[in-house]
Design a protein around this ligand. Sequence first.
Ligand code: NAD
Ligand code: LMR
Length: 338
Amino acid sequence: MFARSAVRALAQPSARLFSSTASRNFKVAVLGAGGGIGQPLSLLLKSDHLVTGLSLYDIRGAPGVAADVSHVDTASEVNGYAADQLDEALQGANVVVIPAGVPRKPGMTRDDLFNTNASIVRDLASSIARVSPDAHILVISNPVNSTVPIVAKTLEKAGTFNPKHLFGVTTLDVVRARRFLAETVGAHPSETPVTVVGGHSGPTIVPLISQSPRGNEVKGEKYHALVHRIQFGGDEVVKAKDGAGSATLSMAYAGAKFTNSLLRGLSGEKGVVTPTYVRSPLFEDQGVDFFSSNVELGRDGVEKIHPLGPLSPEEQKLLEACLPELKKNIEKGKNFVQ
Ligand code: NAD
Ligand code: LMR
């Protein structure tokens, strides 16, 4: 859906979408805009007509990226901010997207990034709490299972945590699942939507293939191979990039797609539902208080957290493997801020 609207927007600066659904102006800040994800994400956000202001911040390179992206002929205004200008970058932001932090190299897990990225994310969250406490925060930095609880705890300590405004971006898992299922059954990706629940690392990624219209065509070994590819799709890219980082372009696409869904919800569009990792009651009784499932996005962010729906016996097993791992990741994040 994003791709079609983005292409239309690029082709037609005064696209219908702009006048019919944009009931507000949205300023979006990208923290980490100079990076592998940040640059293409900034470009895609520049081509989203729901974005009217784009604020690009990084500890290096953001003014250059902003100057470049600002020449794209869409209406939004772009500003770049240097390392000492975080407060200015956050001023008036409705949405803050965070891809700041280090990516994996071959042989590393996402959890191996914790030591570096936890403090980056915590410090950025402190600034958001102070400068733009009402902003909707979209966390891309890994390990997402832990960085989202870190942001929540940091905001909680500052007295500004609103669970309706905090999202872990798990859209890349959804994008991959749709694409890989389409390849497996020989269909167009539009016919193979897949809800992916849980978290964003290996066994915490739980694709609900049985709920997809073409999902039940995949059985036995093929099913297990498909699940494995969705759970470990990130490793495929890390290995192919051979030390030069992890997924950036597909992640920028996924990040822009999720941002567009959120902005459509904030604009008042009804029925915008997509998986995202949020403060969730679904498995709270098992000590898992952050979980990704289908979430309806509305004028104030999280409108409704949907239950998982019917699971196959295989999916039930995947969920059982996910929950204890996710619980550990969440506790690790929370303990970091204590
Ligand atoms: P990158 O190294 O190319 O870019 C990261 C950027 O963050 C750099 O430009 C760096 O200067 C900047 N940065 C570092 N500290 C900062 C700070 N305090 N404030 C502002 N900017 C800061 O890395 P990348 O490939 O863009 O990946 C970024 C993160 O996204 C990694 O943690 C990666 O694991 C994660 N990621 C998540 C997903 C997902 O599905 N959620 C997908 C891919 C990558
Ligand atoms: C991904 O899923 O591609 C990202 O989380 C990056 C990674 O480390 O694999």
